[in-house]
Write a protein that binds this ligand. Structure first.
Ligand code: ZN
Length: 229
């Protein structure tokens, strides 16, 4: 019995409430006296916000969970309390904000979960997805062209067409990612996760290149304004 208690204590799940002395596994507040508690080690963003570990989270439910927690942890509430409690409220508030910012965005949520599963987007991100390789090559060409020599209207039009196409493709990629996430939440299997990883990598490339094309266009139109003036 002793050994079991000390193991779960080590993992930070099982603690004694400093307020009332009750044994507790609560994440944020003692169930008996309501005191703010140290956050157990190693909790993921889903557990931190008290929501299910799935990709098809209901945004309103997530928002409600976040607001309820963030009101209760708010440092203003702890102004007259011990320094330990004030410290905990600051720590929790900032951890909750980071977790919410990540989970509230479907793409970031997916990337976060993939990373938890050892399928991070960065690890797989060095290879251009074959399905969009030709398209990206064309964009690269247009970008190089726009950076060297004089900018022609034709060049800017080509860049604008690339940017529009990339943005539309990125939107479709987000839709596929959302759909796959929904499927995985119903039926969590590894193949779906691997498909999610591929889609997430592809989306990064599409968004990255779209941003570059838009930046090059902005630079291009500034230049032509200067020329006209
Ligand atoms: Zn207590």
């Amino acid at each position: 019995m002793e050994a079991v208690a000390s193991v779960s204590q080590e993992r930070g799940l099982h603690r004694v409430c400093p307020g009332c002395g009750v044994d507790t596994e609560a994440v944020h507040f003692c169930e008996r006296c309501g005191r703010i508690l140290p956050t157990p080690q190693g909790l993921d963003y889903f557990a931190l916000l008290g929501v299910e570990h799935r990709l098809d989270l209901d945004p309103q439910m997530l928002e409600r969970s976040y607001y309820a927690l963030s009101r209760r942890c708010h440092p203003d509430v702890y102004q007259m309390r011990s320094s330990e409690e004030r410290e905990l409220s600051l720590e929790k508030s900032s951890a909750i904000n980071v977790a919410y910012a990540t989970l509230a965005d479907p793409v970031q949520r997916t990337e976060y979960l993939l990373k938890q599963e050892g399928l991070g987007v960065d690890q797989a991100g060095n290879r251009v997805p074959p399905a969009i390789a030709a398209q990206l090559f064309e964009v690269q060409e247009a970008l190089v062209e726009s950076q060297s020599g004089e900018r022609t209207l034709e060049m800017l039009e080509r860049l604008a067409a690339c940017a529009t196409q990339l943005q539309a493709d990125a939107e479709r990629s987000v839709e596929r990612l959302t759909q796959l996430g929904r499927e995985w939440s119903q039926r969590p299997d590894r193949t779906l996760l691997e498909q999610l990883q591929q889609e997430a990598v592809q989306l990064r490339y599409l968004r990255g290149h779209a941003a570059q094309a838009v930046a090059a266009l902005a630079a291009g139109s500034e230049q032509s304004q200067v020329r006209e003036a």
